[in-house]
Design a protein around this ligand. Structure first.
Ligand SMILES: NC(=O)c1ccc[n+]([C@@H]2O[C@H](COP(=O)([O-])OP(=O)(O)OC[C@H]3O[C@@H](n4cnc5c(N)ncnc54)[C@H](OP(=O)(O)O)[C@@H]3O)[C@@H](O)[C@H]2O)c1
Length: 197
């Protein structure tokens, strides 16, 4: 992407993830198939480096809140972000991961605690998985939703994003399509939704 494109891209994320009063807003960011599935028992069933580039660019420099299962599936803190891991386990220990200023990771035991820990970050991104999207869904004012052009086979262990498209509560603000290519298994469309206030 060139500089002009990048500038437009950041402006779009920035304006979406802040409220009119310039107060902090909560933004869900996800990639899902055509039926809202985000993972199988084996994890995320597609390989989309261009969507990961978008995820990285969007979330860098901000707080990311995730469930303990998602943190363990990533296997390390995401660099240059405040990583907040939700777990009910009071003994959950992440000290071994705090290896430097760009690798910060902290534990929260409630959604309220997670938001307090995120306070001070320019934006708060909820990065999954299914349980954590559910827990923050009603608090969110925007969703950055990558719709992957595939349908994964439903199974008992399929994880879904909360259903939201047919409600009147969300407005599609912008979208950007990407074709399947040598790097990306599938075509996908990134959609920016906001909840009209
Ligand atoms: N496609 C995507 O965009 C995307 C994004 C993120 C993740 N994923 C995938 O989603 C899957 C994981 O999703 P998931 O729904 O199974 O798990 P998850 O949401 O990542 O984590 C669930 C865990 O979070 C903790 N938790 C949940 N609600 C809590 C609350 N209110 N307070 C405190 N702790 C809370 C619990 O941890 P304890 O059991 O330790 O108490 C719970 O077991 C993985 O396969 C991952 O790869 C996909």
């Amino acid at each position: 992407m060139n500089d002009a494109h990048n500038a437009k891209y950041y402006t779009m994320n920035d304006s979406l993830c802040r409220t009119e009063q310039n107060k902090m807003a909560i933004c869900l960011i996800v990639a899902a198939d055509k039926n809202g599935a985000i993972a199988t028992g084996d994890g995320i069933p597609w390989h989309l480096p261009s969507d990961l580039d978008h995820f990285k660019k969007t979330t860098k420099g901000n707080a990311v809140i995730m469930g303990r299962k998602t943190f363990e599936s990533i296997g390390r803190p995401l660099p240059d972000r405040v990583n907040i891991v939700l777990t009910k386990n009071k003994d959950y220990d992440v000290t071994r991961w705090n290896t430097g200023p760009s690798e910060a990771v902290v534990v929260a035991h409630t959604t309220e605690q997670a938001l307090i820990l995120a306070h001070g970050s320019p934006m708060i991104f909820i990065i999954g998985g299914g349980e954590i999207y559910e827990a923050f869904f009603e608090m969110a004012s925007s969703i950055i939703y990558t719709e992957v052009d595939t349908e994964i086979e439903a199974a008992d262990d399929t994880v879904y994003f909360p259903y939201f498209k047919d409600t009147q509560a969300w407005k599609l603000y912008a979208f950007k399509s990407h074709r399947a290519d040598a790097r990306n298994d599938h075509a996908f469309t990134i959609k920016w939704y906001s909840r009209p206030s």
